[in-house]
Ligand binder design. Structure first.
Ligand code: WT7
Length: 710
């Protein structure tokens, strides 16, 4: 029954199936792309959709493959003979480095390929033209081959911060067919070591240090820990190549290990001017591994192909990011995430545009920094995540006005965006001139799955939009029944068809690949018809009558209050409607009566009066969602515990609320805030006699896993 009919006996409510659960978010009205955008858009003719209708699948993806330069053209678009291990563009041969670098030399050798903005504002911006990129990628490939001894098919782990050497090393690997596995620099040495051993890398490429919030961090110390951890897991690392943030100086306290550690700038001296022919590789050879941390267990090494992946990110960059070679495109993600791989490096460079990279923190030294970068470089396409948008709104709500930049296009990615935050992005950051795409996808997917076509579709705040070209999503309930469009009910979003960007397998664990993503809705394990193998994304969603999907987040990010399945996002979205609220996070507390109850953590905008915020938040949730969702407590905190990539660590505050272990907090950007929050919450709970009984092991496990997915 719908969640807005309280009054019914609890026992009955607990039997509510997924498909029957109503979703509480209200429909938003549409915004439309400005004519100035439509006039220049890569996709401006609605007939483009006809080229990607289901009857044209899989041949429709020839259009994306044809954006690439092939050494040998493929003969089979999609081979489904060994499901769900799909093979795209079979028979084709190509090189990703050639496609992102060499092929632009003829047309635009002197155009900037990468523009790197260091964090310190008085340090010079670095401009790397396509010609210069070609030179550096070649020399680096020579170093990887001749000094590191790497060859086609080997894996190499990169633990690099946001410096130009990161994409250069990636492209050098791609030139040789060496499979790169870049680990986000904010991750610990231990996390890096686990990924080194999982991918069996004998070489680690890292850096001595990099800037975060004005401080030169010691990064090399993590390399020692990583090598040690890898060894404990049985993997020997025999070479560590250390780039130096300031060549000639060394920013780390840890000594260089004789015979193992080498400074890149010294080693590179032997490879100046060398050229390395791009290795012509089969379309289905792996390009890279990107680890995605799941809810439980070991991180999954998502293996992406050369041909399918590159075709997919090139096509989606063209039509959904609307990239033209003459644009200046800035995706403010970290290359340590899939967003950076697909939409800082491979997609934009394959299209021959100028891709901006920024080393540091967007609010350092002040929240005007991103807008100064945009103004100075003439950025006209901007791409970031809701967490950054919220943070910039919190600390600098009127900053964008002060700068003379003009975006034609903006992206939001990574989590659902609250409509209120979306409107600030649109009106203040975009100055009402930029079209917005809310792109839903995952590490596993290579590129976008749902988004509006920026020049053709209306935008609806909080909705990702329809499936992108050639992607046919569907929502299933727990029993595999389709949840109909416009029913207002939530279910599991799946993609009915394979697509070129989908990952090929989990590195070293094909069974887990099948189990996690396909088993749930597979109709017949023997079938070689792709229609029997829907991809289960592990995300909850609804689809409105107009066909737009609203993503509710990972299926484990819901709080079940007396049978009412409340999305953390809808609770948070209701909370940020309160004027004073900057950020909100919802967590479950074990509750004897209702199974689970909701607790909200709130940070307020600087200078805002926080005196009635608790009650205002509770009221907003009651109004927007219903009495059933009224939080048990609303905690005002100085800041949310966040990862270095800006995701709120809900499991940490859930641990505080439930008096369970908060787990590892060493990878947080602000670990100090955890103790402060705990002291406050626990003292109030103690005063109110709300200290919970010790949780059962199962309950404790649920709390630990809450919001774990990154
Ligand atoms: C999860 C994937 C996609 C690259 C960055 C994150 C959530 C992602 C959206 C969006 C609502 C979103 C989903 C997804 N998510 N984009 N536009 N709206 N939710 O990659 O770390 O693999 O995370 O992020 O829950 O499953 P990831």
């Amino acid at each position: 029954m719908p969640a807005d009919s309280p009054g019914l006996p609890e026992v009955e409510e607990l039997q509510v199936s997924e498909a029957q659960i109503a979703v509480h978010w209200k429909e938003e009205s549409f915004y439309y792309p400005p004519p100035s955008f439509i006039g220049q858009a890569n996709a401006s003719d609605p007939a483009i959709r006809d080229r990607f209708t289901e009857d044209k699948f899989p041949q429709c993806f020839k259009e994306y493959a044809d954006l690439l330069t092939w050494d040998e053209y493929w003969h089979t678009t999609l081979d489904t003979s060994n499901p769900p291990f799909w093979r795209w563009f079979v028979g084709g041969r190509l090189n990703a480095s050639f496609n992102c670098v060499d092929r632009h030399l003829r047309t635009r050798p002197n155009q900037a390929a990468l523009v790197w903005v260091p964090e310190l504002e008085d340090e010079e911006t670095v401009v790397i033209t396509y010609r210069e990129l070609y030179r550096r990628v070649n020399e680096t490939a020579a170093m990887l081959r001749d000094f590191c001894g790497l060859k086609t098919g080997d894996r190499v782990t990169l633990h690099m911060p946001m410096v130009p050497e990161l994409p250069i090393v990636m492209l050098a690997c791609a030139r040789l067919g060496v499979i790169h596995s870049q680990v986000f620099a904010g991750f610990s040495g231990a996390a890096c070591g686990g990924r080194i051993s999982d991918s069996q890398s004998r070489v680690l490429i890292t850096m001595d240090g990099y800037y975060r919030s004005g401080t030169l961090l010691d990064h090399k110390e993590k390399a020692d820990e990583a090598v040690e951890r890898a060894l404990a897991e049985g993997q020997v690392v025999d070479k560590v190549v250390v780039y130096r943030r300031h060549p000639g100086e060394y920013a780390s306290k840890t000594p260089m290990v004789e015979g193992r550690d080498f400074f890149a700038d010294e080693v590179m001296a032997d490879h100046r001017g060398k050229l390395v022919d791009p290795v012509s590789l089969p379309a289905e050879a792996p390009l890279f591994i990107m680890y995605s941390s799941g809810t439980t267990g070991r991180p999954k090494g998502c293996q992406h192909s050369i041909g399918g992946y590159l075709a997919y990110v090139t096509g989606t960059s063209k039509y959904y990011q609307d990239i033209h070679p003459e644009d200046t495109y800035w995706c403010a993600a970290d290359i340590g995430w899939i967003t950076g791989h697909s939409y800082i490096v491979y997609g934009p460079l394959s299209l021959g545009t100028t891709s901006v990279m920024f080393e540091g923190v967007p609010t350092y030294p002040d929240p005007g920094r991103p807008w100064r970068i945009a103004e100075r470089l003439g950025v006209n396409i901007f791409h970031t995540a809701p967490t950054t948008i919220r943070m910039l709104r919190k600390v600098g709500p009127t900053e964008p006005k002060k700068y003379d930049y003009h975006f034609k296009h903006m992206t939001t990615v990574g989590e659902p965006i609250e409509p209120d935050v979306w409107r600030w992005y649109y009106e203040v950051v975009g100055k009402g001139e930029a079209v917005i795409v809310d792109t839903w996808w995952q590490t596993e997917n290579g590129g976008f799955l749902c988004s509006t076509l920026p020049g053709l579709d209306g935008m609806k705040p909080g909705s990702a939009g329809p499936g992108v070209l050639g992607i046919y999503p569907v929502i299933y309930d727990e029993n595999g029944e389709e949840v109909s469009q416009g029913s207002g009910r939530a279910g599991n979003i799946c993609i009915r068809n394979p697509w070129p960007g989908i990952f090929q397998t989990i590195w070293g664990d094909p069974d887990r690949f099948v189990q996690t993503y396909y088993e749930k809705y597979n109709k017949d394990p023997k079938s070689t018809d792709w229609r029997d193998w829907p991809y289960f994304a592990n995300d909850g969603a609804t689809q409105s009558a107009d066909g737009y999907f609203r993503i509710l987040g990972r299926v484990d990010d819901v709080i079940n209050v007396a049978g009412h399945r409340l999305g953390t996002k809808e609770l948070e979205s209701a909370s940020v409607l309160v004027e004073e609220v900057a950020e909100a996070a919802a967590v479950p507390v074990i509750d004897e009566l209702r199974g689970r109850a909701v607790e909200m953590y709130i940070s307020v905008k600087p200078g805002a009066d926080s005196s009635d915020v608790e009650e205002k938040v509770a009221k907003a949730i009651e109004t927007e969602i219903g009495k059933v969702a009224r939080p048990k407590n609303v905690w005002i905190v100085p800041d949310m515990p966040k990862t270095r990539s800006g995701k709120i660590m809900r499991r940490v505050i859930a641990g505080i609320s439930n008096y369970t272990d908060v787990g590892d907090i060493t990878t947080l950007a602000n670990p100090e805030v955890v103790e402060e929050i705990r002291a406050h919450v626990h003292s109030v709970k103690e005063a109110r006699g709300e200290v919970p009984k010790a949780l059962t092991e199962k309950e404790a496990e649920e709390i630990r896993a809450f919001g774990q997915a990154e």
